[in-house]
Ligand binder design. Structure first.
Ligand code: AVI
Length: 322
């Protein structure tokens, strides 16, 4: 066996049965696809952090600039003393940047990774001793109920970063409905939304000059090799990303550079040269189209803050009467 073959040989699956079955079903679909969650192993998460620093990737810095310019106005809208619930909190930095203005009574960061969250929260407790903090390791991909430790009054859900764009619109509505179910009539939502813009700006943001986004996308194959015991050879694939104006979304794909066969625990598929695996969508909205989506989820948009170029929006919505 040559060195190269040895590097790509199956090593046995490390994922559970359900994960391997889900991956296999996606890879065998007529249009092969994988869930965007598989972009985030530990290297993928670090590559995403690097993406956020790229000059082409405007969402992170544009959203931060909106918070910096309009923080006082946002705080007036929300009021102090709320129960601030951070969906997908990660290192909690975005919410923490708003603490001096929002002065929440309780901060509830939620993330799937308990260890990462606990570390971030113990640092925050020292910086903001007057804010009660309740960290929750929860998977928000299905129905969820917040425990009694979370104050019921004035729940404001915080969902920055335009992560909502990685759901198809019907999934985004279902997710936000589940959020709405956890909010009483005095609750609300503060959410970051990436806006439709010139396709060249969007294309560059998802296909940067030094190839960090390409590495982020290709790394998914290594992750699938690990989880499903697959034998993807990363060098045989290339990153493709483009704005699909009809669907109002960036699509990321991986395209086979040559005809090849991929094997994994319990399955295999032949890919023709040029055939693609659809790895991620990132939907782009207008403030109006997103307000419509919010309404379908039981929220009424009542404020929008954007940057001067109109590239990104932070929107506030109140829980509409059920
Ligand atoms: C996490 N999410 C909001 C990013 C986005 O812009 O859709 C993920 C990403 N994919 C490629 N670049 C960034």
């Amino acid at each position: 066996m040559s060195d190269m073959t040895a590097m790509t040989a199956m090593t046995g699956p490390h994922g559970d049965r359900a994960t391997i079955a889900e991956l296999g079903a996606g890879l065998l679909a007529p249009q092969a696809r994988t869930s965007p969650k598989y972009l985030y192993d530990s290297l993928g998460s670090r590559l995403f952090e690097a993406i956020c620093e790229l000059p082409e990737y405007y969402p992170t810095r544009t959203e931060a600039a909106i918070f910096a310019a309009h923080g006082a106005d946002i705080a007036r809208r929300i009021g102090t003393g709320s129960t601030l619930i951070d969906l997908g909190a990660g290192n909690c930095a975005k919410a923490a940047s708003l603490f001096p203005l929002l002065q929440p009574q309780q901060y509830v960061p939620i993330d799937i990774s308990r260890d990462f969250l606990n570390e971030a929260v113990s640092r925050l407790r020292q910086r903001f001793p007057s804010i009660a903090m309740t960290a929750l390791a929860l998977d928000l991909s299905g129905p969820f109920a917040l425990p009694p430790a979370v104050n019921a009054a004035r729940r404001v859900f915080f969902y920055p970063g335009s992560s909502i764009g990685n759901f198809a619109p019907h999934e985004a509505i279902a997710f936000l409905r589940r959020v709405r179910e956890n909010t009483s009539a005095d609750g609300g939502l503060l959410i970051g939304v990436d806006l439709v813009k010139d396709a060249a700006v969007l294309d560059a943001a998802y296909d940067d000059a030094i190839g960090v986004t390409a590495a982020f996308n290709l790394n998914m194959l290594r992750h699938v090799n690990h989880l499903a015991g697959a034998d993807f050879d990363v060098r045989q694939w290339r990153h493709v990303a483009f704005f699909n104006a009809e669907e109002s979304r960036i699509e990321m794909h991986l395209e086979a550079r040559t005809a090849l066969t991929v094997r994994w625990a319990g399955g295999e598929r032949r890919f023709a040269r040029g055939e693609r695996i659809h790895t991620e969508d990132s939907y782009k909205y207008t403030p109006d189209s997103f307000a419509d989506l919010l309404a379908q989820a039981g929220f009424a948009a009542d404020a929008v803050w954007t940057d001067d170029a109109g590239w990104f929006a932070v929107m506030h919505a109140r829980a509409a009467a059920a």
